[in-house]
Write a protein that binds this ligand. Sequence first.
Ligand SMILES: [Zn+2]
Length: 149
Amino acid sequence: MQIFLHGLDGSSTVASINEYESLAAFLVNNNLNGYRLVCQGSILSEDNLSATLFENANVYLTSDLDGGKKKKKKKVYTTKKKNKHIHKKIPGLTLSLYSVDGNFHSNLGKGNVTQTRKTCPSCGPGIFMAQHWDRYYCGLCHTTIKMDA
Ligand SMILES: [Zn+2]
């Protein structure tokens, strides 16, 4: 049986189908692996081709894609992806807010304990300000104080 094969580029060739030839065998024999065959609007399946096709049928080649789904254009980011700030829980962090000078003996209570962080002027004692390289910042009331020098 003879059919007309229409390629992707619009060219058409005559191909012959042996009786009881399967679609897979036909594709291999004609170097068409990875293609699908469309006849009368439907994609040909694995059945034997001579039963589904007829003499001089027009068969169109399509590439092996799933459906006719439109490809979504992938967004190209030009800037580096920003990582969200993750709060790190550091055990004993509060200890770094104080420093002890002099000879400290815990049982005697000697030595001076000083705060190493500035207290927030608007929140009052107990609320420390974060120390950045150029400023102090209160996380509670968002007060920012520029450092001198
Ligand atoms: Zn504050």
